[in-house]
Design a protein around this ligand. Structure first.
Ligand code: NOJ
Length: 539
C-alpha cells in the first residue's frame, strides 16, 4: 500500500470546515424561480434551502447575482455591491445569507475581479474621458498597430473566440479576455485594488463565508503585453502558457485578500477559479498565505480511465499536500458539458456518473457538486436555436454552455418546467425537456436507488464516517482498470472503470454503499462494469 504524504500543517488544521466541505454550486438563474418570470432568483434559492440542507452539503456557492446587462449571464458585473432586479434585491441577499446560516449552510459568493461590465460606471467614464485620461487607466486601453492604428495592439485572443481587443470610436483599443462587454481591469492601478478590497469587505460584513474568485489567474498580464505568437490560444478550461494567465504577480493580490479574509472571524475562505498549466502551478494559489482552495479542473477533464484517474488523484494530493492545502474535486460546473454526457451519455453515462460520485466523495479534501448532478441531469444537446444565448457560442459556434444551464426540474407532475417556477408558469429562460419529469427531485426523493438517493446516502455516510473527508489515502492493489484505496484504516473504495465485471478474491469488508450493487458470493466479490463501492473495513 502506498501512502500519500500530507504537509504537517494539514494535520494541525484538520478540523477546519473548508478542508473537507462539500460545496453545492447554485447557478442562480437556473435553480429555482421564486417570482414567476422564468428566471431563477434569490427568493427561489431561499425556498429550497431545506432541500440543500437535507441533501447533506455544507455550503452553497452562488454564481453572480449582481446588477449586470447579462452579456455573460452575470459575469459582466456593473455594480459589485447590489443585486440585479432579475435576481431580487439586497434585502433578499441578506435574508438568504441569514436563512442559509439558520439551515446550517455556509454561503460563498462569486467575485469577478478580472473584468467588469462595459456598463460599469468606471468603463463608461473611461469611454467618455478619451485617450490619455486618468479614467482610462483603470482598464487596458492601447493604441493599435499598423499605419493608422487599425490593427489590435497584440495577437491575444478572447476565450470566447476572435481578437481580445475592441476598438472604440476615438481609435484606441481596449482589452477583453472574454466578451467585448467584459473589459479587463488594469491591476497595476491602486484604485482597482482598493475597490475590490472594499467589495470583499462589503459582502463579508453581510455575513458571507467566502468567495469564489473568477479568473483568479488572470488579473496580472505580462509586462509589455507581448504577443503569444500563434493563433488558437486558450479555451474556457485550458492549461496553456500564455502572457495573460498565471503570471506570478497575481499571487500578491491573493495574499492581500487572504489578509482581509483572516481579519474576519469564522474562517471565511477564498476559492480560486484558476487554470494553471500544471498541478504544481495550481498549488501556488493555495499556499498558506493565499487562497484556501482551487478548483481541480485536471480532475474534471480526466477521461473515464482508471490509470488517468489514479495519476490525477496522486498529482492533486501530492501538489496540494506540498503546500498544506486540501485537494478539491469537481466533476461539472456551468462552463462544461455535464459529466453524464461527457462519460458517454444515456445509461452508460449515468452509470459512470454514479460511480464518479462515490469516487469523488471518498477522496480526501473538499468536493463540489454542480446543481442537478445529484439528479443525474445530462447535457441538453438539442436546445432550440432561438434560445441559445451564451456568448461563447455566439462567437464560436458549437461550443456553447447553454446545455448545462437548463433549469432544474423539481416536481413530477404537470408540464415543464416542473416546479422550477411557481404553479401556472410554463415559461423558463431555457426550456426544460419533457423527459426531465422522471429526473425531477420529486420523482427521485425517497428512492434509495435513484441518483438523488445515492448522493444523499453518500453525503450522510461521508459526514458520519470518521475516516472520510480530510486525511490520507492509501492505494490498495487491484486489477487493471480498477481503483482501490483505503481511508484511515476503516474505509475502502473500489471503482471498476472497465466495461466488464471484475472479480476480486476477498471482500475488503462490509459493503456500505454501491453505485450499482457489487455481487458478493461468500468471500468472492464481483464488481459490475463502471461501478464504485464503499466498504467498511476492519481496523
Ligand atoms: C469563468 C466563469 O465560470 C464563466 O462562466 C465566465 O464566462 C468567465 N469566467 C468570465 O467571467
Amino acid at each position: 500500500m502506498t501512502e500519500v504524504a500530507l504537509h504537517p500543517s494539514a494535520r494541525e488544521t484538520a478540523t477546519r470546515w473548508w478542508r473537507d466541505a462539500v460545496i453545492y454550486q447554485v447557478y442562480v438563474r437556473s435553480f429555482a424561480d421564486g417570482n414567476g418570470d422564468g428566471v431563477g432568483d434569490l427568493l427561489g434559492v431561499r425556498g429550497r434551502l431545506r432541500y440543500l440542507a437535507d441533501l447533506g452539503v455544507d455550503a452553497i456557492w452562488l454564481t453572480p447575482f449582481y446588477p449586470s446587462p447579462m452579456a455573460d449571464f452575470g459575469y459582466d458585473v456593473a455594480d459589485h455591491r447590489d443585486v440585479d432586479p432579475i435576481f431580487g434585491s439586497l434585502a433578499d441577499a441578506r435574508a438568504l445569507i441569514d436563512d442559509a446560516h439558520r439551515h446550517g449552510l455556509k454561503i460563498i459568493v462569486d467575485v469577478v475581479p478580472n473584468h467588469t461590465s462595459d456598463a460599469h460606471p468606471w468603463f463608461l467614464a473611461a469611454l467618455a474621458a478619451g485617450p490619455g485620461a486618468p479614467e482610462r487607466e483603470r482598464y487596458i486601453f492601447r493604441d493599435g498597430r499598423g499605419a493608422a492604428g487599425e490593427l489590435p495592439p497584440n495577437d491575444w485572443e478572447s476565450i470566447f473566440g476572435g481578437p481580445a481587443w475592441t476598438r472604440v470610436a476615438d481609435g484606441q483599443w481596449y482589452l477583453h479576455l472574454f466578451a467585448p462587454q467584459q473589459p479587463d481591469l488594469d491591476w497595476e492601478h491602486p484604485e482597482v485594488h482598493e475597490e475590490f478590497a472594499d467589495v470583499l469587505r462589503f459582502w463579508l460584513d453581510l455575513g458571507v463565508d467566502g468567495f469564489r474568485i473568477d479568473v483568479a489567474h488572470g488579473m496580472v498580464k505580462a509586462p509589455g503585453l507581448p504577443d503569444v505568437g500563434h493563433a488558437g490560444q486558450v479555451r474556457m478550461i485550458g492549461a496553456d502558457v500564455v502572457p495573460y494567465f498565471d503570471q506570478d504577480g497575481v499571487h500578491e493580490i491573493h495574499r492581500a485578500w487572504r489578509r482581509i479574509l483572516d481579519s474576519y472571524d469564522g474562517e471565511r475562505i477564498g476559492v480560486a477559479e484558476a487554470w494553471a498549466p500544471t498541478p504544481e502551478r495550481l498549488a501556488r494559489y493555495v499556499r498558506p498565505d493565499e487562497l484556501h482552495q482551487a478548483f481541480n479542473f485536471h480532475f474534471l477533464t480526466t477521461p473515464w480511465d482508471a490509470a488517468g484517474f489514479r495519476t490525477v488523484i496522486d498529482e492533486s494530493l501530492r501538489t496540494a499536500g506540498l503546500v498544506g492545502a486540501p485537494s478539491t474535486w469537481v466533476l461539472s460546473n456551468h462552463d462544461v458539458k455535464r459529466h453524464v454526457t461527457r462519460y458517454g451519455g444515456g445509461e452508460l453515462g449515468l452509470r459512470r456518473a454514479r460511480a464518479a460520485a462515490l469516487l469523488m466523495l471518498a477522496l480526501p479534501g473538499s468536493a463540489y457538486i454542480y446543481q442537478g448532478e445529484e439528479l443525474g441531469l445530462p447535457e441538453v444537446l438539442d436546445l432550440p436555436e432561438e434560445y441559445l444565448r451564451d456568448p461563447q457560442r455566439l462567437r464560436d459556434p458549437g461550443s456553447g454552455r447553454d446545455g448545462c444551464r437548463v433549469p432544474l426540474p423539481w416536481t413530477a407532475t404537470g408540464e415543464p418546467p416542473y416546479g422550477f417556477a411557481p404553479p401556472g408558469i410554463h415559461e423558463s429562460w431555457l426550456p426544460v425537456p419533457a423527459e426531465w419529469r422522471d429526473l425531477s427531485v420529486e420523482a427521485q426523493l425517497g428512492k434509495e436507488t435513484s441518483m438523488l438517493g445515492l448522493y444523499r446516502s453518500a453525503l450522510e455516510i461521508r459526514r458520519a464516517h470518521p475516516d472520510l473527508g480530510d486525511g490520507r489515502l492509501g492505494w490498495l492493489d487491484s486489477p487493471p482498470g480498477t481503483l482501490a484505496f483505503s481511508r484511515g484504516g476503516s474505509f475502502a473504495c473500489l471503482v471498476n472503470m472497465t466495461h466488464d465485471w471484475v472479480e476480486i478474491d476477498a471482500a475488503p469488508g462490509e459493503p456500505l454503499l454501491a453505485s450499482d450493487g457489487p455481487a458478493v458470493h461468500g468471500d468472492q466479490v464481483r464488481l459490475p462494469p463502471d461501478s464504485a463501492t464503499w466498504w467498511n473495513i476492519g481496523r
